[in-house]
Design a protein around this ligand. Sequence first.
Ligand SMILES: NC(=O)c1ccc[n+]([C@@H]2O[C@H](COP(=O)([O-])OP(=O)(O)OC[C@H]3O[C@@H](n4cnc5c(N)ncnc54)[C@H](OP(=O)(O)O)[C@@H]3O)[C@@H](O)[C@H]2O)c1
Length: 255
Amino acid sequence: MRLGFLGTGEITAAMVRGLQGQGHTILISPRNAQVAATLAAEVAGVTIAPNEQVVAGSDVIFLCLMARVAEDVLPSLPFRAGQSVISVMVDAPLARLRQLCFPANDIAITIPLPPIAKGGCPLPVYPACAALDALFGDRNLILPQASEQALNAHLGASALCSPILDQLLTATDWLAAHTGNPAAAEAYIAAMIRAYLPEIATQGDLAAALKKLSTEGGLNVTLRAAMAPAKDGLRRGLDGFHARLGLNDRNGERK
Ligand SMILES: NC(=O)c1ccc[n+]([C@@H]2O[C@H](COP(=O)([O-])OP(=O)(O)OC[C@H]3O[C@@H](n4cnc5c(N)ncnc54)[C@H](OP(=O)(O)O)[C@@H]3O)[C@@H](O)[C@H]2O)c1
C-alpha cells in the first residue's frame, strides 16, 4: 500500500515501526527533521517528502499533527475523493476533519499508543476503517466504536496509563529504599504487573484477577483500603474530561 504520514513525531515513529517489513511504500513529512531522518534510515520503504507530496502520493494518509497545526496545514493539501484518511489527533472532531480534508470522505479517527511499534496495541476506531484493519489488524486489537462519543471516552481512559505508571514508580522507589537495588525493584514491579494482566481482557477478567487478591485482612486488601480515596480522584479526573471530549455525564447530561 502507498501510505503517508503528516507530522513525523512520536506517534508516527511508533506507527511506522509497527508497519515495517510489510512491503509498504511510506511517505513521511519532513518535520520533525531528526525523527524523519531516523525513520528513513531505519525502515525500508520510507521516504521523506513535502506535505503536498505525502498527500498526492498516498492512498492512505495518517494525520499525526497537533490539532491546531492541522487547522493551518490541511486546507491547502491536495486531498482527493477515494483516499482513506486516518486521524490520530486529539481535539479534532470528525465533522471538522471532513471540512479540512475535503473532498476525501473516507475518514476515521483512531487512538494509537506508542506500544503500537511492537504490536499488541488496542486501537479503538470510529467509524470502522478497512485500511486500519488491513494495516494494523494482524498484530493489534482493533475495537470499532458505535459513535464518536464512545471513541472519545477511550481518549479519556487512555490517559490512565500515566497515573498508573506514576504509582508503579512510587512503589518502585519504596521497594528500592528497602532493598538498595533500584534496577531490581523496577524489574520486579514491572514483571509483577505484567504477569497479573490478562493477555486480552474480556468482560470480567480484571474483576476476577482482583477477586483473587482479596483475602480478608491480607496485604492486598489493606493497601487497597488505604488507597481508596484515589478511586474518587480517578473518577473526578475522568469526569473532568467531559466538556473537552464532548461526553455526557452519567445522568446523560452533557457538562
Ligand atoms: N504521542 C502519543 O502517544 C499519541 C497517542 C495518540 C494520539 N496522539 C496524537 O498524535 C498527534 C501527534 O502527537 P505526537 O505525540 O506524535 O506529537 P509530536 O511528537 O510533537 O509530533 C507532531 C509532529 O508534527 C510536526 N509538525 C509541526 N508542524 C508541521 C507542519 N507544518 N507540517 C508537518 N509536520 C509538522 C512536528 O514537527 P516539529 O517537531 O518540527 O515541530 C512534530 O514532529 C497529536 O494530535 C496527539 O494528540 C499522540
